[in-house]
Design a protein around this ligand. Sequence first.
Ligand code: FBP
Length: 281
Amino acid sequence: MDAYQNVGIKRRLGRFFRRDGRALIFAMDHGFEHGPTDFEEHWEHVNPRVIIKKVMRAGVDGVMMLPGIARIAGNDVRPDRGLMIKLTSKTNLRPKDAQLLQSQLGFVEDAIKLGADAIAATVYWGSPQEDVMMRQFAEIASYAHDLGFPVVQFAYPRGPYIDEKYGSKEDYRVVMYGARAAAESGADMIKTYWTGSSETFAKVVDAAAGVPVLLSGGAKAENPVDFLKVVYGVVEAGGAGAVVGRNIFQRENPEPLIKTLIRVIHRNEEPEEAAKAEGLI
Ligand SMILES: O=P(O)(O)OC[C@H]1O[C@](O)(COP(=O)(O)O)[C@@H](O)[C@@H]1O
């Protein structure tokens, strides 16, 4: 029989993933990580309660936020959807060199008090500060797992050595390395970059050895169909969905895009067909 913790981890993961094993999660740590300027396209979304209510209505499976915003808007996340609380971040105000470190800004206990269903932390694989983030992740994961909480790793390769050797942090060899490192360090869910093709992303999924891999959304695409094609490619590759921030909250009415994403992720619909069906294009 399963240990108590394993039951908790499975139940809580089940609040994010539908029966198909996929999820669409809304990300909203940008006010901290990029600064409030990220919300200037639609300023009312700087109010977390406004945007969370919109994404809930549209049907996202879960939401990711930092502890202080969970205190303000966590209650707007419906009880049957996943609440992911991230415990590391950095500001864009730091000097450039220090941007390669995510620092811990909250504790597992805080996330649990706030009603989290999963706990997240970022590791910049390849950063000169990799060691600090590895240790941070290990401490968070060990404690969270003991208490029955799944742990999500934002596995983002970045740093000067990567640029020098591979030319880009999106090179599939680097992304799959990060995903593998995340799986080997005990993550229950991995969020990472698009590698440019479904074939290469399938390798990232394989390297994660069964740990679900979700796309990290990225900057808002001018043409939403371009973004939908990426998400379609992730699903084709065996990926478990997407964690999307700017492509959602930088739209006044994110509902048609969210509903289209749900069609693509959960019903395998072709991007253009799905977008037409939701009146997005
Ligand atoms: O470090 P970067 O690439 O500037 O972006 C990090 C941001 O991207 C995310 O990981 C995902 O959000 P987006 O979909 O807006 O890219 C956020 O959680 C985070 O704030």
